[in-house]
Write a protein that binds this ligand. Structure first.
Ligand code: MSP
Length: 743
């Protein structure tokens, strides 16, 4: 990241968040990082623009809304409101919040599209290929190809599309990367992106016709603009690009930093610069990718059901505690695990017992021994000189570390000063007067020690302000320095050096900063989370807007996806071995299915899911005729040993097709992770084969194989049988690995 030398302006953006899921800590992470950077830049006197917003168009949102029984607009309004509300609650200082459904954005995207077309970079063609709705990405490969990024099945799309001449930018992009090594980071992102482009670029389809939730292509309105072209453009549309209100565009573009998650680097480092080059617009100065926030060691995401909400941490420990933990614990660019235990430990060690306790000791002693008026330190001894040297070292290292986004290093070095100041206080014990020390000498020592410690605190406080804005504002007042927000407006960070506290300054009243977290803090946060997920399920069953599952995390670091219209470059992910532990309870046929957005298929609307129904099995040519009865009579009960004999497993449908001359039969190929197999199922009258591809289902894996119509069937699908005889396949609320056993 480089500061503009010509003007003190700075523009930073977060990715814009999909509105198919409520915000969680993973989203908060990127936004908090941007907030810390933006606060520092403002406090350095930069005219700063910090942009965030929501990505609201596309097939994924249209489908999510439909599943929730809402219009896409209602759906988007509700979730966009949650994002904005959360950022406000956390005190994030964004300057603008762009929604891609706003007219200002839509008009400006149309202008960009028309510009690209007028400049000869967009042409019309037809396309048949694979599309991953979850990632809103074109994927190479034949029908049945699994998305290399998220592992979901792709859909075959055959449409007349507009194409962008991405291939024309292959060489230009590589030259640009070579000439601008600072453009993208970290190094792993740079390497991945470069090898992707070196692999060759094909033209990119940039419009869709099979759905309508998007921005109409100007002059050809049956097309909507490809959602990534729509979304990426937010970085300039929010500044008024292509309108007569483009003062901010002129002032702030090109952006200094687009901060993004590592899995969306291809879009930001390949497509976006190519679009901009084609439109004749300067490129952003840098794209920086953060790693993933993990929970229980897998990517925090709604679809995995392992999310934690930022509100929960803020409610129990405060927003500053969350900021500190995220920036201290995770070296920027790497993945990092979140755990409540680690959070509380770090909070107590570094904030409550560390910085908070240090400030409280010093401010209280200045009140106790000097009536709240800062004494003159007098002549420094070796101890003061040493503490000053450590503080000045932290000061000297600070800018470079912050500029390279090494927040963890910044905090480590500042907490080194906290620890040394603490040690210095303890060693000099201004609260204890030895019998052989005169009153005058003791008072001089107290003055020297407290004034020196207060000065170290002042420097730490100033430097940590971008990361702990609330706590540092309190400390600033306690040091008698007034409002830190005002100081920030006056570029106070340009002028921090040792010796800024003036003797005679009247301190403010001591006030607690970080009360020690008690043992139950972890439990309290966990309870809030449990309560939250319960109310989401209740809301879903009441037909309220509930977030839809987002893309599942790939088990390993994501690779850059295969380019459009090229052979698949990566084999689908290696299959997971059968999980030894059963996954979350399967809501097959039981009431909770109705709460799951995934099960609310439009053709099942109006069915009363609150009544428990017995699962019917859907095997071979046996169509699920007849309604399953009530609960089993006592004489029909089985023991656990009987049940355990049935090997129930999670499988994913990879191929589904009708069996010629058999009305009821579908031939499925399913993936169990550890093996693929063929199953024949009598569900052809109830399920369109193409809609089954990609779906995770439950099968009886140890059923003896049998032949039907000359084809072998190895296993049986599980489904609920509705009163009218229709089967409903068992599915899951949470993301489950293939091959996981149900028991
Ligand atoms: N809408 C696109 C971005 C368009 S930008 C022009 C998108 N949205 S998203 O909601 O799926 O993700 C938004 C950002 O949140 C991404 O940068 C993503 O990496 C980040 N995160 C979502 N979950 C995350 C974690 N668990 N950890 C860290 N960041 C995560 O992609």
């Amino acid at each position: 990241m480089t500061e503009s030398t010509t003007s003190k302006r700075f523009y930073i953006s977060t990715p814009i968040y999909y509105v198919n899921a409520r915000p969680h800590l993973g989203h908060a992470y990127s936004t908090i990082v941007c907030d810390a950077i933006a606060r520092r830049k403002r406090a350095l006197g930069f005219e700063t623009w910090f942009l965030t917003g929501t990505d609201e168009h596309g097939q994924k949102i249209e489908r999510s809304a439909k599943l929730a029984g809402r219009t896409p607009r209602e759906f988007a309004d509700a979730i966009a409101g949650e994002f904005r509300g959360l950022w406000d609650k956390l005190g994030l200082t964004y300057d603008d919040f762009i929604r891609t459904t706003e007219p200002r954005h839509m008009k400006s995207v149309q202008h960009l599209f028309a510009t690209l077309r007028d400049r000869g970079f967009i042409y019309k063609g037809s396309y048949t290929g694979q599309y991953c709705v979850s990632d809103e990405a074109w994927i190479d490969g034949p029908a049945g190809t699994v998305c290399p990024d998220c592992g979901r099945a792709t859909e075959t799309v055959s449409e007349e599309n507009y194409f962008f001449k991405l291939s024309a930018f292959e060489r230009k992009l590589l030259e640009f990367y070579e000439a601008n090594p600072e453009f993208m980071g970290p190094e792993s992102t740079r390497r991945e992106v470069m090898s992707f482009v070196r692999g060759g670029l094909k033209d990119l389809s940039v419009s869709r016709t099979s759905f309508t939730w998007g921005i109409p292509v100007p002059g050809d309105e049956k097309h909507v603009v490809y959602v990534w072209l729509d979304a990426l453009a937010n970085y300039i549309t929010a500044l008024g690009y292509g309108t007569d209100q483009d003062q901010n565009f002129k002032k702030f573009w090109p952006a200094d930093i687009h901060l993004i998650g590592k899995e969306i680097s291809r879009f930001h480092c390949v497509y976006w610069p190519a679009f901009l080059m084609a439109a004749g617009i300067p490129l952003p100065k840098s794209v920086r990718a953060n790693g993933w926030l993990l929970f229980d060691l897998s990517k925090m995401s709604k679809s995995r059901g392992n999310i934690v909400r930022a509100e929960t941490v803020a409610e129990v420990l405060g927003a500053d505690a969350l900021r500190y933990y995220l920036l201290r614990e995770i070296p920027f660019g790497q993945d990092g695990n979140f755990s409540f235990d680690a959070l509380v430990q770090r909070y107590n060690a570094d904030l409550a017992n560390g910085y908070g306790n240090l400030v409280s000791r010093v401010v209280n002693m200045v009140h106790k021994y000097f009536g709240g008026v800062l004494p003159d330190a007098g002549v420094a001894t070796a101890a003061e000189t040493a503490l000053r040297a450590t503080t000045e070292k932290a000061l000297a290292d600070y800018d470079a570390a912050f500029e390279s986004l090494s927040f963890s290093e910044v905090l480590k070095s500042l907490w080194q000063v906290v620890a040394e100041t603490d040690g210095y206080l303890t060693a000099n014990a201004p609260w204890k007067k030895p019998a052989d020390r005169s009153d005058a000498d003791h008072s001089a020592l107290q003055a020297r020690v407290l004034a020196t410690a207060a000065e170290a605190i002042r420097v730490i406080t100033a430097l940590v302000y971008p990361i702990l804005p609330e706590a540092t504002a309190k400390v600033w007042r306690q040091l008698g320095l007034g409002e830190l927000a005002d100081a920030a407006k006056n570029a106070f960070l340009t002028n921090i050096r040792w010796g800024g506290l003036t003797p005679g300054t009247t301190f403010g009243e001591p006030a607690p900063l970080f009360p020690r977290a008690e043992k139950d803090a972890v439990e309290r946060m966990q309870n809030i989370e449990d309560q939250n997920s319960k109310s989401a399920i209740e809301a879903a069953s009441n037909g309220e807007v509930v977030e839809q599952p987002e893309k599942p995390a790939s088990p390993e670091a994501p690779k850059v996806a295969a380019p459009v219209a090229k052979p698949v470059q990566e084999a689908p992910k290696p299959a997971a071995p059968p999980a030894p532990v059963a996954p979350a309870p399967v809501p097959a046929a039981a009431a909770p299915v109705s709460a799951a957005p995934i099960a609310t298929s439009p053709d099942l609307k109006g069915h009363d899911f609150s009544r428990a129904e017995t699962a019917a099995t859907t095997e071979g040519a046996l169509a699920p005729e007849g309604v399953a009865g009530g609960p089993a009579a006592e004489s029909d009960q089985i023991t656990i040993d009987d049940f355990i004999k049935v090997d129930l497993r999670v499988a994913q449908v990879i191929v589904a097709e009708r069996v010629p001359k058999a009305d009821k039969l579908l031939r499925l190929e399913v993936d169990l992770g550890y093996e693929k197999r063929q199953i024949l199922a009598g569900i052809a009258q109830f399920y369109e084969p193409e809609k089954l591809v990609g779906r995770k289902i439950v099968i009886v894996a140890n059923l003896a194989p049998r032949k039907m119509r000359g084809l072998e069937s190895k296993g049986m699908l599980l489904a609920a049988s509705l009163p009218d005889g229709n089967p409903v396949l068992a599915s899951f609320l949470e993301e489950v690995p293939l091959g996981a056993r149900l028991k």
